[in-house]
Design a binder for this molecule. Structure first.
Ligand SMILES: [Zn+2]
Length: 372
């Protein structure tokens, strides 16, 4: 199946918009054109010379990576250096490179949510919510007989989505009045006659990016010539927001620390697992942050996690874990982030459905850190 690169980018950014990325990061399309046709995608954690070779050999037209391929200001594309050679090889072979990094880490249903599900967490919440979306309360007035249709339009267009629920609306009944003026073509009533109608007031929250399309859809479906509606800005957007770093959740069955280690090694497919801090007797509440998340030790403790699973644990992170009276497990930077390929696969399959091109996982992307 061939699809424009632009469509693939839209499918990723529907869940992990670029605006979620950290300011120091560099995400998005790094090589190629949005107009390119894509038949085969190579998914990888890193873009190395071996990964570029693999893309060429396996005839992939697009590499989707987690870590930025171009990160620090690129000064030259000279083929005398490795980066320049890689860029030249990519362009000569029409291979595009797209990066979803901290935007994917922080997306409500991004990499950390995927990891939380792998390790069996339930009631998953964001550990450090950020990038709040502005929310509005949209109120629409409609004749009673059109209420169900209006609720359907609201839900279908993303209004009333709160946590694990959608189509959340509130309806109250009342009486609306109006007088059609000369030139009006009223659905109910007649020109120059004051009319009273039994109406419903239907309200739902809506995120700012959805608002414009939602109002247009409502106007297309509302029976009245002039739809009456209010848009009210909300102050509690952060409470609804689930974007941000890390996740926290609970295990369906609390287990002992030794069994938990065995379980995590199995679920994350790890040969080894390092740890530090206070080992709890029973593990129930678990925080997780992909990559290097030792900065989350204090927050994980504040949110009553029994353990924080992350990567890149340093000596003094271990000391901080002890001081905070919390257990920290180091599953490795690679160990927590190699799952990005499966996460992207799931996202693209859901987003593009039948139009999704073939996806392969790079065999040459591996852990740079070796245990001898
Ligand atoms: Zn990383």
């Amino acid at each position: 199946m061939s699809v424009k690169l632009n469509q693939i980018i839209q499918a990723i950014e529907a869940l992990a918009p670029e605006r979620l990325a950290e300011s120091w990061d560099n995400v998005g399309l790094q090589v190629g054109s949005r107009q390119q046709c894509i038949n085969r995608i190579l998914l990888t954690l890193d873009v190395t010379a071996d990964v570029v070779d693999e893309a060429v050999v396996k005839k992939a037209d697009l590499i989707i990576a987690h870590h930025p391929f171009i990160f620090n200001g690129l000064k030259t594309v000279s083929c005398d250096g490795e980066k320049g050679q890689m860029i030249a090889q990519l362009i000569k072979n029409d291979v595009a490179v797209y990066v979803a990094h901290t935007n994917l880490d922080k997306a409500a249903k991004g990499l950390n949510h995927y990891l939380a599900e792998i390790i069996g967490l339930e009631k998953i919440k964001t550990l450090e919510p950020s990038n709040p979306t502005r929310y509005y309360k949209l109120v629409v007035f409609t004749p009673v007989e059109a209420s169900h249709k209006i609720i359907e339009v609201l839900g279908k267009n993303g209004a009333g989505a709160i946590g694990d629920y959608d189509y959340c609306t509130y309806r109250s009944s009342g009486t609306g009045t109006f007088r059609p003026k000369e030139g009006a073509k009223p659905f109910i009533g007649a020109v120059d006659k004051m009319t009273s109608v039994s109406e419903d007031r239907i309200e739902a929250i809506v995120a700012a990016p959805e608002l414009k399309n939602l109002i247009a859809a409502l106007k297309r479906n509302h029976p009245y010539e002039a739809m009456a509606y209010d848009v009210i800005p909300l102050e509690n957007g952060d409470l609804i927001n689930e974007n941000g770093l890390g996740k926290i959740g609970i295990l369906s069955q609390p287990i002992g620390a030794v069994d938990f280690i065995t379980e995590i090694k199995k679920r994350l497919d790890l040969k080894a697992l390092r740890g530090a801090g206070k080992v709890p007797e029973i593990v129930r509440r678990v925080a997780i942050c992909s990559g290097a998340g030792a900065d989350m030790i204090g927050l994980a403790k504040a949110k009553r996690a029994d353990v924080l699973i992350t990567g890149d644990l340093k000596h003094h992170d271990g000391q901080r874990a002890l001081e905070n009276n919390i257990w920290v497990l180091d599953a490795g930077h690679y160990g927590t982030e190699k799952w990005v390929t499966d996460c992207l696969k799931q996202m693209l399959t859901a987003g593009l459905e039948d139009a999704c091109p073939e996806m392969i996982v790079a065999e040459s992307s591996r852990d740079f850190i070796v245990n001898y």
